[in-house]
Design a protein around this ligand. Structure first.
Ligand code: PRF
Length: 383
């Protein structure tokens, strides 16, 4: 397989002496991404409830994520093409990564049929039928215009029968080759480059994970992803799979662990050599009143906060942390005021981005392992 042409650069700046944690720098046509990074999820062209001003100035991520499945259904690529791509449509001039739909369509269990050709699925919006193939998913992601686009894969459930996992993994590999071919045959549409990341699968079987990592590495993409984890398996099993795979994926390219996870999961996987993460947890859980902090998680709906007038987080990472009290935010949740969800979302994303930036600082300073062990212990609490 021919190596892909260079659309993106990755510079590995430092590896932690006591773990496999790395600090690096990705450069694309939409700027620099300092790694390790957490990518806030903006499924339908918005990081739910957050203005771009707050996202940029307060949370300040170098990259956010969008979803092919959702954007294809609404607003549809026709509108995105007219807008000049997703960046312009949503007024976001930094990096965007789009997931391929390979995960979202599998979440539609009962509403989809997987075949070698692709996946036929029923829209969750109006019940209409659609087909995703490796080829049309490349075209749709060209039209959305993300900087980093993902290969079309099958994310196996947990637990997963060995033979199913093996067959599925081989199909994901064949789909990858179709993605690579079609990606090379279609030009970018908006005057900047895009790059394609393949995805390692193999469920919770070490031999399959090794085989998949070797296959994916041989495709010579500019970055590699690990899928099929954080689907219900115990954390120890997730870490074991990450470890097997990061042993094999090339060091000189970024590694993206899809859909992970809690703040603790993120630090443990950084220690195993992961550079990029995304997860709905900080945003979705925020809307349910869960706040992540350096000292553990808070359920702000709990009665115990009713007369606690201390700031929601005295670390003051974003403006919401010091401008609003726990009692006030609890009240907003009690009366179902949307501002409560917005405050909690900004807080959680601010915290997640703080956590990965702090991790990066400690990797560069050479004391990541000690800091990570301390943080993991400290965050493993319910306040
Ligand atoms: N594949 C894709 N997207 C994903 C996953 C996957 O396996 C996961 C697994 N947690 C999250 N998002 N394409």
């Amino acid at each position: 397989m021919q190596p892909l042409i260079f659309y993106m650069e990755f510079e590995l700046l430092k590896t932690d002496p006591a773990s496999k944690a790395r600090a690096g720098k990705i450069t694309t046509d939409h700027g620099v991404i300092e790694t390790p990074i957490f990518m806030p999820v903006g499924t339908v062209a918005s990081v739910k409830g957050v203005h771009q001003t707050e996202l940029k100035q307060e949370i300040n991520p170098d990259i956010i994520l969008g979803n092919t499945y959702h954007l294809y259904l609404r607003p549809k690529t026709e509108i995105l093409k007219k807008a000049g791509g997703l960046h312009k449509f949503m007024n976001w001039d930094r990096n965007i990564l789009t997931d391929s739909g390979g995960y979202q369509v599998y979440s539609l269990s009962g509403r989809r049929k997987i075949k070698e050709e692709g996946v036929k699925f029923k829209s969750h919006i109006d019940g209409s039928y659609h087909v995703f193939t490796p080829e049309n998913v490349m075209e749709i992601q060209r039209e959305i215009g993300a900087d980093i686009i993902m290969a079309f894969d099958e994310c196996t459930p947990y637990p997963c029968d060995y033979n199913y996992a093996k067959r599925s993994m081989h199909m994901t590999h064949r789909w990858l080759d179709r993605c690579i071919k079609h990606f090379a045959e279609t030009p970018p549409l908006y005057g900047y480059d895009q790059t394609l990341f393949p995805i390692v699968q193999g469920s919770t079987y070490k031999d399959l994970r090794r085989q998949s990592a070797e296959y994916i590495a041989s495709r010579n993409a500019e970055g590699n992803a690990i899928g099929g984890l954080s689907v219900g398996e115990p954390a120890e099993e997730m870490y074991a799979m990450t470890e097997v795979v990061t042993e094999i994926l090339p060091e000189e390219k970024p590694r993206y662990l899809m859909g992970v996870g809690t703040p603790i999961n993120i630090l443990e996987n950084i220690a195993l050599g992961i550079d990029m993460f995304d997860c709905v947890m900080p945003t979705r859980n925020a809307r349910n009143g869960m706040l992540f902090t350096a000292h553990g998680t808070i359920n702000i709906k709990n009665k115990k906060w009713a007369d606690d007038f201390s700031p929601i987080d005295d670390m003051g990472i974003t403006f919401v942390d010091t401008q609003y009290s726990k009692a006030y935010v609890r009240h907003l949740f009690t009366v179902n005021e949307m501002l409560g969800k917005q405050i909690a979302t900004i807080h959680n994303l601010g915290f997640y981005l703080w956590l990965v930036r702090e991790a990066r600082k400690h990797i560069l300073a050479g004391d990541f392992r000690t800091w990570k062990d301390m943080m993991v212990k400290q965050m493993d609490k319910r306040l």
